[in-house]
Every structure is written in structure tokens, then in C-alpha cells.
Design a protein around this ligand. Structure first.
Ligand code: MEV
Length: 282
């Protein structure tokens, strides 16, 4: 038997979600596959899944259609796919709760949005450690992705925001509130399919991420390039400091924008959004 779970891209609400605010995340077409067999490399997540739900002597291995360097959430996806392998009839709630605990134990930080996306799939409004989990009625998002070439350690970025929050609690609190307002409007506009407004909201969200100190020169140059080439709006996705830039754009500008991202030193990554959650493949 083989199971799989999707990677994710965070669309809105990065960092604020760590403090209980909502975010919007979409599951992407890149997937992580788990089957029986001896694993190689980093086996921490597989081992923890086996310790939670496996029998003695169980071995699991993982393969992926994407590199762990992009920040697509491979740790969460591997954990979720492994739990599905061990208990194919477990509910989404059981898988989410067990996987989130494993990921938190190993990584030390994390809001769990990536675990939720890997489990239920689609595009979701997520918050409060999973108490808010609403699947949005959206099909495809006109999303383009540029990788900066810089791999980021999420825990380091989360800690830098925590330090800023300690120093300037009121300012950072206001930023999180403003991001929440953006997230809630983005939810409505995405459902309506008003992608031009969604782009503007990405720009607003990016301004606050910049204020939090989590953007980078490379991210900014990809953002500028994408917007100059016709994107409706652009922002970093995830922890910041590197990883990926995302933008929404009209179909007829797509090629132009991809060229601009490449010229600015980014790597264009082709994905589709709103992918199915964890599943048994065979
Ligand atoms: C990292 O991909 C996104 C953060 O919001 C951390 C998290 O929510 O776990 C920075």
C-alpha cells in the first residue's frame, strides 16, 4: 500500500497564525508518498509516526515529488501520510491531532496549518491551533511561485518575531490585528473570485510582514519583478527570510511574469493549488 499527502503554500496570515490569528493555506499538487520499507535520510517524522500508531517491526519509507528546500511542508506531509498508512480508517481529526503533536514535539514551534492542509487538502481558513478549520469553496487560484534559492529555518524566523513582540508588544499586536483583517477580507474575495483585490490584499499583507522584519532583499526583488510584469499583487509565503514568493496574476501575463522572476534570480515552480488531502494511493 502507498499513501500520499500534499505540500502547502501559505497565502495569507503568515506568522500571525502562530499567535492564534487565522491564516489561509492551500494544498498544492506536489505530494509526499509513504510506503512500507526501510527509510533512509531524515527518519524522525516516520519514526515518531510509527512510535504513535505502528506495530513493532513496522518500517516505512517516503518519497516526494518536491524538494524539502522549498518550504512546502514536507515534514507535515510525511507525518500525515505515514499515519494514514498505519491507520487507513482514522478520521481527519485523529490524523491532524496526532500529526500536529508529532511535528510540535520534533520542531518545537508551529501553528499546525501545514498539518491541516496535508490532512484535509483544498484551501482552508485555519486558526487557533486547529479549532478554526474551514474549507473554502474555491477551485483553482491563479497563483505563481518563485523560489528565492535561500533555504530558511522556520524556527529561527518564528523566534525573531517573538523577540520583536517582546520588545514592542503593542506595535506587533496591532500588526497581527491588521493581518487578521486582511485574512478575513481575502477569504471573501477569494470565494468571489476577485483576484485583483486578492492581489492588493497580498501587497498589504506583505507590508506588515516587512514591518515584522521577515522579508529579505531577494524576496523583495522577486516581488518587484512579478508586479512590474503584471501581477495583481505579491508576497512572501511562510516564514520569510527566503523560501518562496507567491503572486496572483492574469493568465495572459503569466509567461511574462515567469520570465521576470527568472531574470530577477528566482526559480519558477509550477504547481497547482487546492489539491486533495491525505489519501490511499494503492
Ligand atoms: C511558516 O511556514 C509559517 C509560520 O507562520 C510558522 C507557522 O505558522 O507554523 C511562520
Amino acid at each position: 500500500m502507498t499513501t500520499s499527502a500534499p505540500g502547502k503554500l501559505l497565502l495569507f496570515g503568515d506568522h500571525a497564525v502562530v499567535y492564534g490569528h487565522p491564516c489561509i493555506v492551500t494544498a498544492i499538487s506536489e505530494r509526499l508518498y509513504v510506503s512500507e520499507g526501510e527509510a533512509a535520510g531524515d527518519t524522525r517524522f516516520l519514526d515518531a509516526a510509527i512510535a504513535a500508531w505502528g506495530k513493532q517491526g513496522t518500517t516505512l519509507s517516503a518519497t516526494s515529488t518536491f524538494s524539502g528546500k522549498y518550504g512546502f511542508g514536507s515534514s507535515s506531509a510525511v507525518t500525515v501520510a505515514a499515519l494514514k498508512m498505519l491507520r487507513p480508517n482514522a478520521t481527519h481529526k485523529e490524523i491532524f491531532e496526532t500529526a500536529y503533536k508529532i511535528v510540535l514535539d520534533i520542531q518545537g514551534v508551529g501553528s499546525g496549518f501545514d498539518v491541516a492542509a496535508a490532512t484535509v487538502g483544498g484551501t482552508i481558513l485555519y486558526g487557533e491551533g486547529g479549532k478554526v478549520l474551514e474549507q473554502l469553496p474555491i477551485k483553482q487560484i491563479p497563483l505563481l511561485v518563485g523560489y528565492t534559492g535561500v533555504k530558511v529555518d522556520t524556527a529561527t524566523m518564528v523566534k525573531s518575531v517573538a523577540q520583536k513582540r517582546e520588545k514592542e508588544p503593542e506595535k506587533v499586536g496591532r500588526i497581527f490585528e491588521a493581518i487578521e483583517t486582511i485574512v478575513l477580507e481575502a477569504k471573501e474575495k477569494m470565494i468571489e473570485g476577485d483576484w485583483e483585490r486578492v492581489g492588493r490584499l497580498m501587497d498589504f499583507n506583505q507590508e506588515y510582514l516587512r514591518d515584522l522584519g521577515v522579508s529579505s532583499e531577494k524576496l523583495e526583488s522577486l516581488i518587484v519583478a512579478a508586479k512590474a510584469a503584471g501581477a495583481w499583487g505579491a508576497k512572501l509565503s511562510g516564514a520569510g527570510g527566503g523560501d518562496c514568493m507567491i503572486c496572483v496574476a492574469p493568465e495572459d501575463k503569466k509567461e511574462f511574469i515567469e520570465e521576470a522572476i527568472t531574470k530577477a534570480g528566482g526559480e519558477v515552480i509550477h504547481i497547482s493549488t487546492n489539491a486533495e488531502g491525505v489519501r490511499v494511493e494503492s
